[in-house]
Ligand binder design. Structure first.
Ligand SMILES: Cc1cc2nc3c(=O)[nH]c(=O)nc-3n(C[C@H](O)[C@H](O)[C@H](O)COP(=O)(O)OP(=O)(O)OC[C@H]3O[C@@H](n4cnc5c(N)ncnc54)[C@H](O)[C@@H]3O)c2cc1C
Length: 507
């Protein structure tokens, strides 16, 4: 007599069990406290009341490890929305405004290829409206990586629901508890800790990525970047970024914000192809990828090798003489291409509020030729935090019909961000090889840049990287030039067919 009702109760248990009832995301591990990780912690803290732990053995950031100089545009407008107003104002004073980009070729006679006035360009594109501040200024800056990290870290430390743990993550493990799956973060010093959401922001050599997407390969491009950073000084106030194209290499010179007192560093960058072949990481003859921002060339005299390289590409050394000095800090790295066709998300449909997801360079490390890696990492962080916040809000409101599980929403975050970051990565690979091409390719490059400068395509490419949703037919670049507009329309049409999520609002 009792068997039938008990059978019914047992059979219905899985659907009424707390495991299958949607739960909000309450605990989040942010693995890696670089630009993406700290932006992620800040943004998650702003939009959710989850408990957030940031793991990074290198925190707090040190201003003696200057790292590279970063052009900040789209990322700056996002930081303006996630930092408190006074925090952004004080950070803005530490950055250097970037007002102009000028490219010149030295292959034959010295010739100007293109010149972009940054303020008027940003103001002429409707898609760049978020980069125009209410005070009429534009969000286009240059800043040393350490200064950006310091500003983010100071802000994150004030968030009551964020804890920073100075431990390295050694991996992520999956633990099955009945029908549910939990993800533990394994660190160098603490016992395994379970989190509802694990976010991998641990850069190009990500341990979290090796859990989400094992066996993904990076290919050495045979393009190298060497750069010199001068000591900070109040005298450095140049707001122009200058590119110098030579035969087989190109150089860049700019000034980057460094300190609260208005000090700035000059940076000189040299990008070139070296004789070694394209190949896999770790193969003989293939340089390792620098992910720690503190490597320097093995040469005992980096300043003389910097200037002799300039000369070997037919570039003048004089514009760099006050930057690439013997007492500057030197860096050198090999550029790698990372496979964009990899998973960013791992979870199980049965586990309603647990998953692992990638962000920033861990998800989509890109060659730096469009200056977008950090900007895109900040954008990922913001989109991810809003995605989690929307999910939590719906679950907490007790909506019987959710707009998708956590896993589905994280996949939505991935498709939205994948579309933009993959586009930028591909353009960056193209630009990288074009910019360092020698011989006939130098002529092609110079003609391409000169043409792109004249018809406004260069402005379009620059704004395209800095903004999330470039739109066809905007004033400025494409005005009066129907070929580009038609190509863009075709491209956007194909993208809208294959990835409609990209055209949905982030809000
Ligand atoms: C020469 C050069 C110039 C560039 N210029 C620009 C530019 O102008 N504009 C731009 O937007 N981008 C630029 N970039 C790219 C930009 O620097 C990167 O995209 C950006 O730093 C990525 O940030 P991230 O936080 O995702 O990764 P990272 O900066 O690599 O930070 C990863 C963090 O994770 C931590 N970490 C690593 N492993 C572990 C672990 N196991 N456990 C815990 N923590 C860990 C590290 O300590 C680090 O703090 C440039 C890059 C280079 C190389």
């Amino acid at each position: 007599m009792w068997k039938f009702p008990i059978f019914i109760i047992l059979a219905s248990l899985p659907t009424i069990s707390p495991l299958s009832t949607p739960q909000p995301v309450r605990t989040i591990a942010v693995c890696g406290g670089g630009i993406t990780g700290l932006s992620c912690a800040k943004s998650l803290s702003k939009h959710t009341d989850a408990k957030i732990i940031v793991f990074d053995p290198t925190l707090p950031p040190s201003t003696s490890i200057v790292g590279g100089g970063i052009q900040l545009n789209g990322g700056a407008s996002i930081l303006r929305s996630i930092l408190d107003e006074n925090e952004f104002t004080s950070f803005k004073h530490k950055m250097n405004p970037m007002k102009e980009i000028v490219s010149r070729s030295f292959v034959k006679d010295e010739a100007e290829l293109l010149r972009i006035d940054v303020d008027s360009t940003l103001k002429s594109f409707a898609s760049a409206k978020d980069l125009v501040r209410p005070d009429g200024g534009t969000d286009s800056f240059t800043v040393m990586r350490c200064t950006l990290l310091e500003a983010l870290y100071d802000s994150v430390k004030k968030c009551s629901n964020v804890e920073v743990v100075t431990e390295g993550v050694i991996g992520v493990e999956e633990v099955k508890e009945g029908e549910a799956h939990k993800f533990n973060v394994l660190t160098t010093a603490s016992p395994p800790q379970p989190f509802d959401l694990v976010v991998g922001c641990d850069g190009v050599s990500s341990k979290v990525k090796s859990f989400v997407s094992p066996n993904t390969k990076a290919i050495y491009s045979n393009i190298r970047i060497s750069w010199a950073v001068s000591a900070p000084s109040m005298e450095n106030n140049e707001t122009r970024l200058e590119q110098f194209f030579g035969d087989g290499g190109y150089a860049l010179k700019g000034t980057y914000g460094y300190g609260s007192g208005g000090e700035k560093c000059k940076m000189a960058v040299l990008v070139y192809r070296e004789g070694r072949r394209v190949g896999k990481r770790g193969e003989e003859g293939v340089e390792d990828e620098n992910s720690s921002w503190n490597a320097s060339p093995s040469s005992s005299s980096p300043s003389s090798s910097f200037s002799s390289r300039l000369t070997s590409f037919g570039l003048p050394s004089e514009p760099f003489s006050n930057v690439a000095t013997p007492d500057a800090t030197y860096f050198d790295l090999g550029v790698y291409f990372h496979n964009p066709f990899q998973a960013w998300v791992k979870g199980h449909s049965g586990s309603n509020n647990t998953a692992v997801v990638l962000c920033g360079d861990a998800a989509h490390a890109m060659p730096p030729f469009l200056g977008q890696g950090a900007n895109q990492g900040i954008r990922d962080a913001d989109v991810l935090a809003r995605t989690v916040a929307r999910y939590n809000k719906e679950v907490e409101a007790g909506n019987s019909e959710l707009n998708g599980s956590l896993l589905e929403r994280l996949e939505g975050y991935r498709s939205k961000r994948w579309a933009q970051t993959t586009q930028i990565t591909l353009k960056s690979v193209f630009l990288g090889y074009l910019e360092v091409g020698g011989g006939p390719l130098s002529d092609f490059r110079d003609n391409f840049f000169s043409f792109a400068g004249k018809v406004g395509l260069a402005k379009y490419i620059w704004v395209d990287g800095a903004t999330p949703k470039p739109r066809v037919g905007e004033a400025g670049a494409t005005k009066g030039f129907n070929l580009i507009e038609s190509l863009e329309k075709g491209k956007l049409f194909l993208e809208a067919l294959t990835d409609p999520a990209k055209y949905m609002d982030d809000e």
